[in-house]
Design a protein around this ligand. Structure first.
Ligand SMILES: C[S@@+](CC[C@H](N)C(=O)[O-])C[C@H]1O[C@@H](n2cnc3c(N)ncnc32)[C@H](O)[C@@H]1O
Length: 327
């Protein structure tokens, strides 16, 4: 069977979005830039390299869980569903489900356009029986998906603990929007990193080869190439630590000296040691995540956890919602 052409839906955020959000973030106190801006093509490749690192347990742990639970997911979702993956990246994890699940169609959504296209085209070549759609979009803005799915069961797949990048209040709003996508029939399959020993977390975000540092610093390269920012990336260093009180890993780009940076004609002063907060990665216990899901009117159906209790994969169905939960 020869591969079908993928159907591409281009809703890539305009360049002005990057500029406006970066200018707002650098003017804020403390300075911050959202982690979605890590992912230009180089950023996506660097993230892919992170997934291979010995210290970065989440990818291999989630993949092992998915390998084991694929038959149960098939029983829960049934055949012929529409599979929608948020933040699909290299579309690697989905391959662990496709042969067992045999969905009717697949829609991958990601902000990183070239990487998404390449991954979706490879997927279509490797699974010629599958109808493959790809949408370049920022899912933090709206979840107006291209209408590709028809009437059947919708399974939304949100791996990689990307939910952890949202503040808890934003995560709740995001889960509510996913619930609206599921309609009466559907489910969310979501990977969530668990709270654990801070040393394991520290090593995962401070790898010995410096790949995570390069990924974090790539944000500054993006500002240079796309916004013509006048800044010296060597004047900043990668920092990642576990903030136990907030239950999150924080990543920062720390200024090595007092310096000034110019972006789009605006000047931003940094004190030595002042940082740009570039990512949060919240960690949840199973009970905390179930409570969050229930507040979004999503019903925990099944949770799978690896033997070392590092990572969780949840299958959440649609619960009856009170009007307040649907807001
Ligand atoms: C942590 S990586 C996970 C990648 C892959 N799903 C995995 O599990 O290994 C986050 C992915 O979500 C995408 N992403 C991040 N923020 C996004 C946004 N606001 N809208 C669309 N895609 C986004 C990134 O480009 C990246 O591919």
């Amino acid at each position: 069977m020869s591969a079908r052409a993928i159907r591409f839906h281009d809703e890539r955020p305009a360049a002005a979005t990057l500029r406006d959000e970066v200018l707002r973030g650098l003017a804020a106190q403390p300075k911050r830039i959202a982690p979605k801006f890590f992912y230009d093509e180089r950023g996506s490749r660097l993230f892919d390299a992170i997934c291979e690192l010995p210290e970065y347990y989440p990818t291999r742990t989630e993949m092992a869980i998915l390998r084991g639970c694929a038959p149960e997911i098939r029983q829960l979702a049934g055949p012929d569903c529409t599979l929608i993956e948020l933040g699909s990246g290299a579309s690697r994890k989905i391959r662990l489900l496709l042969d067992t699940l045999r969905p009717r169609r697949y829609l991958g959504i990601d902000i990183s356009r070239e990487f998404l296209l390449e991954s979706a085209e490879q997927l279509a070549r490797d699974y010629p029986w599958l109808e493959v759609h790809a949408a370049c979009a920022d899912f933090s803005m709206a979840l107006d998906l291209p209408d590709v799915s028809g009437p059947g069961y919708r399974l939304v797949f949100f791996p990689g603990s990307t939910i952890g990048n949202f503040e808890p209040g934003e995560a709740l709003a995001f889960l509510q929007r996913i619930r609206a996508l599921l309609r009466p029939q559907g489910a969310l399959l979501i990977g969530v990193d668990l709270k654990k020993d801070a040393q394991i977390l520290h090593r995962a975000y401070n790898d010995s080869q410096g790949v995570t540092a390069a990924f974090n610093l790539n944000l500054l390269e993006r500002l240079r190439t796309e916004l013509h920012a006048e800044l010296d990336p060597r004047g900043f260093r990668h920092q990642a630590f576990y903030n136990a009180r907030a239950g999150r890993i924080e990543m920062h780009l720390v200024s090595q000296r007092a310096q000034e940076v110019r972006v789009c004609g605006q000047r931003f002063r940094f004190r030595a040691g002042e940082s740009i907060h570039s990512e949060n990665s919240y960690k949840y216990s199973v009970a905390e995540f179930h409570a969050l899901a229930r507040r979004a009117a999503l019903q925990p159906v099944r949770v799978w956890i690896d033997p070392q209790r590092l990572f969780s994969v949840h299958y959440l169905g649609v619960a009856a919602a009170s009007p307040a939960q649907l807001l």
